[in-house]
Design a protein around this ligand. Structure first.
Ligand SMILES: C[S@@+](CC[C@H](N)C(=O)[O-])C[C@H]1O[C@@H](n2cnc3c(N)ncnc32)[C@H](O)[C@@H]1O
Length: 284
């Protein structure tokens, strides 16, 4: 049965509750693949530098903060003036208040639904991060409301960075509704946002749903590589061998992305991208 926002919320409440019970410290909150992080973190840092995004000294909001993967990214690498993390799962908010709210940077973790029409998070933000959230909102009215809220929450010179796939055709899996690049752009425009930049940020390490590739034959190749990658990372390995494979797979990933960056338009690259949204320009 394809999930709804309500199913997703229930799932993540349980997921983050279990994570909170198991975690003995901030470093144990890891949730994503180490190969994926080894590639997307430097890509995000480059994006921040190239576009002069205000991670340093700005008001930063992380929507769908989950296990705090991006909260840690911003706190470990930058010094925002203020960092707020919101998630509609209370378990995430409790976990991050416990493990991520004790540093020098003023932080606040708040239970909030990005699709709520009356959402009020105070002053506008300079940088809003929305990683792996929007494809979990299959209901079109809620999706549009989420984009409208983001447009309202971002300052006039601020930017929203969201992780998207932007395939040619919309694809539905049990867990995701991945809107086509055309639908995504039209919805963003309807909410008063424009796509300012697209940067490929993963190749094999993301997208286990196999949504990339024009047909099942191509998608099959991607899925087999991803399955092999998962098998290696989940295998019982000593630390040296694990480190070797993590670095090796990250290098494979970087090589594929470097090739794409030279020869493929960013939107046509497979798998996930960092998509920067800016307030639409109303100048004539
Ligand atoms: C796939 S996880 C991503 C977590 C984190 N951003 C990351 O990239 O690792 C999706 C997160 O978004 C949250 N979420 C989904 N829909 C939401 C909504 N409408 N409002 C706030 N949070 C939402 C879920 O509770 C979950 O924590």
């Amino acid at each position: 049965m394809p999930m709804t926002q309500r199913d997703i919320r229930e799932y993540y409440e349980g997921c983050w509750k279990q994570k909170a019970e198991q975690a003995g410290g901030r470093e144990q909150l890891e949730y994503s693949s180490p190969v994926e992080d080894a590639v997307i973190y430097p890509a995000y840092e480059r994006l921040i530098a190239d576009l002069d995004l205000r991670a340093q000294g700005g008001r930063v909001l992380d929507v769908g903060c989950g296990s705090g993967r991006w909260v840690r990214f911003f706190l470990d690498r930058y010094r925002p003036a203020f960092l707020m993390g919101v998630d509609y799962a209370q378990a995430s908010v409790d976990m991050l208040t416990r493990w991520c709210a004790d540093g020098d940077v003023p932080t606040e973790f708040r239970q909030a639904d990005i699709t709520a029409p009356s959402l009020d998070l105070g002053e506008p933000f300079d940088l809003i991060n929305v990683a792996n959230v929007l494809f979990h909102i299959p209901e079109q009215d809620l999706f549009l409301q989420a984009l409208r809220n983001l447009a309202r929450l971002v300052g006039p010179h601020g930017r929203i960075v969201t992780t998207e796939y932007l395939p040619r055709a919309t694809m539905r899996t049990d867990w995701m509704l991945v809107r086509s690049r055309y639908e995504f752009e039209a919805a963003a425009a309807q909410a008063g946002l424009r796509i300012a930049e697209v940067r490929p940020s993963a190749f094999f390490s993301n997208d286990p749903m196999g949504i990339d590739g024009p047909d099942p034959f191509v998608r099959g190749h991607f899925q087999r590589v991803r399955a092999g990658m998962r098998q290696i990372l989940e295998a019982r390995l000593d630390d040296t061998t694990r480190l070797f494979f993590t670095n090796f797979l990250a290098d494979v990933e970087r090589a594929c992305l470097a090739f794409c960056n030279e020869h493929v338009s960013p939107t046509d690259a497979p798998s996930q991208k960092l998509v920067v949204l800016a307030p639409a320009c109303h100048c004539s």
